[in-house]
Write a protein that binds this ligand. Structure first.
Ligand code: SF4
Length: 424
């Protein structure tokens, strides 16, 4: 057993009996991992993905360790607005993934369920609720969430407010994309800016938000360039690299630091050889711990994930001169808002731009967003001549995922596309 594994086991047990001490050691673990990823990055992975991993480790370690001001959010919370007040956003879904680094997800999920949380609640939420309920994870001063994509958000954040007194703003996202909806959501965002102004004592400067949006536009353009290049060049990454990219696009979008990284990746990927294998477009979440998926997508020359819909869930240019309206449009037009037809349209556009050879749709256990319309998407992709695999599992709770089944289905699918499944 390595020193790291021993430390993980030790912290895992300590968190159960001495939650506050356990938390301190977990944060130390994040901090140690930050330096490990900076000084001794994983071998066999491209420089860009190494830097991305180090950046995401720093984001979590620095925010929690140095006690920088931050808010809890869900992944669709407008981090651009929080940045105007020097606040980092940490999404509860991503934090839950980090907690699994200490193999505590089973304990937290069971803890939440024993406290009366419905077993049907999404396991990302259950993990987080259990971590807070068991007094391992302390709360920040504020939280911001949205109704986008998931009706579990309101219940979870309401519960956390009641349990440990973290007040929150809930952004009610209209389902339809029309003028009234944009005005309605933009006014909620303006109210949020006022609430953050009062809470932090920092004056809101609209120019700062405009600048953040300008950087965001540039980042999105660069990312699209990178995805197009990733469909042509071999750029070794791993399954979790795409989860880190999703984190960056939702928690650091609008920062110069993240833009610089994507620009670096655009240049770096050009130095890599041509990719000769099969290109995969990934849909929805990344079960980053799943052994077979990890193995098949680790720096593979045969199968490369070229993009994921959850990384690029909004593709338009924002009007920086109307920042609140633009952020409202961004949230309303998100791929995960509205009907499943809307989602299928956007994934189709992504497929048209990147020409993958196949699509893999991961259906997270209990998530209506994932499983609800997967057949619609499969039919759309089939019309384009794109084979699509639907994989069922759980993005976080290993007990709901069966590696044997996933392996069998994945291997059969990859064999099928190897033997000449239709491409676009
Ligand atoms: S995975 Fe699905 S159920 Fe879970 S938080 Fe995301 S949208 Fe909600």
């Amino acid at each position: 057993m390595s020193v790291v594994d021993k430390y993980i086991d030790y912290v895992k047990e300590e968190a159960k009996v001495e939650p506050k001490k356990g938390w301190k050691k977990m944060v130390f673990g994040f901090w140690a991992n930050k330096w490990k990823t900076k000084l001794a990055p994983k071998k066999g992975i491209s420089k860009g993905y190494q830097k991305l991993e180090a950046m995401m480790m720093s984001l979590v370690a620095d925010t929690l360790g140095e006690k920088k001001p931050y808010v809890w959010g869900n992944i669709f919370a407008p981090c651009e607005l929080m940045q105007c007040f020097g606040l980092q956003t940490l999404s509860i879904e991503c934090l839950s993934c980090y907690l699994t680094g200490f193999h505590l997800e089973d304990y937290f999920i069971d803890y939440a369920q024993n406290e009366g949380i419905a077993p049907t609640l999404c396991s990302y939420h259950k993990t987080f609720v259990g971590a807070v309920d068991s007094q391992v994870v302390p709360g920040p001063d504020y939280a911001v969430t949205t109704s986008l994509s998931c009706d579990g958000n309101l219940n979870t954040f309401r519960y956390l407010e009641k349990k440990i007194g973290v007040p929150f703003t809930f952004l009610d996202v209209p389902y339809s994309d029309d003028r009234d909806s944009v005005v309605y959501l933009a006014s909620q965002l303006e109210e949020l800016a006022k609430a953050l102004e009062q809470r932090t004592g920092i004056r809101f400067l609209e120019e700062r938000l405009k600048e953040t949006i300008r950087i965001e536009n540039e980042t999105r353009k660069e990312l699209m360039k990178f995805f197009k290049l990733q469909a042509v060049h071999y750029y070794p990454g791993e399954l979790i690299s795409h989860l880190y990219m999703m984190m960056g696009m939702h928690l650091l979008i609008g920062t110069k630091e993240f833009l610089e990284l994507i620009k670096f990746m655009v240049e770096d990927i050009k130095t890599y050889p041509k990719f000769e294998g099969k290109k995969i477009l990934w849909v929805h979440l990344m079960p980053f711990y799943q052994e077979s998926l990890k193995k098949y997508f680790y720096a593979s020359k045969k199968y490369q994930i070229v993009a994921s819909d959850i990384i690029l869930d909004f593709m338009e240019e924002l009007d920086a001169e109307k920042p609140f309206e633009s952020l409202a449009k961004k949230i309303i037009r998100n791929l995960y808002n509205g009907s499943y037809e809307h989602k299928a349209d956007m994934i189709e556009k992504l497929a048209d731009r990147l020409c993958p050879d196949a699509v893999i749709h991961f259906c997270h256990w209990g998530c209506k967003q994932a499983s609800g319309g997967s057949i619609i998407l499969k039919e759309r992709m089939q019309k384009k001549g794109l084979p699509m695999l639907i994989l069922d599992g759980d993005g976080i709770d290993k007990r709901n995922s069966h590696d044997g089944q996933i392996k069998t289905r994945l291997e059969a699918f990859l064999e099928m596309i190897e033997s000449g499944g239709e491409t676009c």
